[in-house]
Ligand binder design. Structure first.
Ligand SMILES: C[S@@+](CC[C@H](N)C(=O)[O-])C[C@H]1O[C@@H](n2cnc3c(N)ncnc32)[C@H](O)[C@@H]1O
Length: 294
């Protein structure tokens, strides 16, 4: 196993390994490993059945132009659409799920420290954002879904990060930030090669707002080959990982919606902690990154 290649930057600690005495991560060019499913594609029929075409009215014009397929979509046939509806119609439910699916600590430790400005895209309710508080002088969290922005602002204020982290509206393919704005541009469980959720235009935008010598990081990536073709390298952190619900009751309730195939087993085990293998999705233990030429 090799130490991770830390993003090159003028700031100190460019070659520091992830904090902690845990086993070292494996780093390979992206594409060397299997393609993980990622959260959205691991979702269930239950989630798709939760919404109907009538719910599409919740989207703004800009959202609809990205998320609703031409000729009108149907969330029952389109899991990506169902997730977008979840963010807008039941944002607290999404927040409960994301809070349980915590990132591997190695992922957060790996990110460059003591950077000046950070931009996060698709910040949601802050699974990563809440961990970035101590890293940058200024953090801008870009999130298109208004209900998620509200929850994120509330959580940041409660944690005392309200002044340091600015939560703004925006999309991958049209980031409202200047060229070279950030030392670290990051997305967590949000970017995909699909134009609606990033794609070529979104990746180009992330790289545009990253300063020369800065780092673009895609956390919990899917489509590793696609990223490898664009010069991204891959880091994965080992060790057992579980989804940690607040209670067994919550584990059973949320599994019924998000991982129904595992609900019976979760009930049988009788624990609020559910190993990712039980659920059958890849854990949030990895990232793909590119250090831009200085
Ligand atoms: C699975 S959630 C992840 C949220 C958060 N980063 C986390 O890890 O919990 C995906 C996020 O990407 C956002 N998103 C979807 N399409 C987007 C786009 N085109 N541009 C920016 N963000 C987008 C969603 O609104 C949602 O917050």
């Amino acid at each position: 196993m090799t130490k991770p290649e830390t993003p090159a930057r003028a700031d100190p600690e460019p070659t520091e390994a992830p904090a902690g005495a845990d086993p070292e991560p494996t780093e390979t060019p992206v594409g060397a490993g299997a393609e993980p499913p990622g959260t959205p594609t691991g979702a269930s029929l239950e989630l798709r059945r939760r919404y109907t075409a009538a719910d599409l009215a919740v989207f703004t014009r800009d959202e609809a132009s990205r998320f609703v397929p031409p000729g009108d979509g149907d969330p029952e046939d389109d899991i990506a659409l169902a997730w977008e509806l979840l963010y807008r119609l039941e944002p607290e439910l999404y927040d409960r799920l994301a809070s349980a699916e915590r990132l591997h600590p190695g992922v957060v430790s790996w990110l460059p420290r003591h950077v000046d400005q950070i931009a996060e895209v698709g910040a949601g309710t802050g699974r990563l954002t809440m961990e970035l508080g101590g890293r940058g002088r200024r953090i801008v969290a870009v999130e298109p879904a208004l209900p998620l922005r509200r929850i994120l602002r509330r959580k940041l204020a409660a944690a005392g990060h309200g002044d340091r982290v600015q939560v703004i509206h925006g999309f991958f393919d049209q980031l409202p930030l200047p060229d070279g704005f950030a030392d670290l541009v990051v997305a967590c469980s949000a970017f995909t090669p699909s134009p609606a959720h990033g794609g070529e235009a979104g990746l180009a935008e992330m790289e545009r707002v990253c300063r020369p010598g800065g780092c673009v990081a895609i956390i919990w990536p899917n489509h590793l080959d696609w990223l490898a073709c664009r010069g991204y390298r891959y880091v994965s952190f080992p060790g057992p990982m579980s989804v940690e619900f607040t209670s067994l009751h919550e584990a059973v309730e949320l599994a019924g919606i998000f991982y129904p195939q595992a609900a019976g087993e979760i009930q049988r085990r009788g624990s609020r902690k559910v190993p990712f293998e039980v659920i059958g999705i890849n854990p949030p233990r990895d990232l793909a990154f590119k250090v831009l030429a200085g």
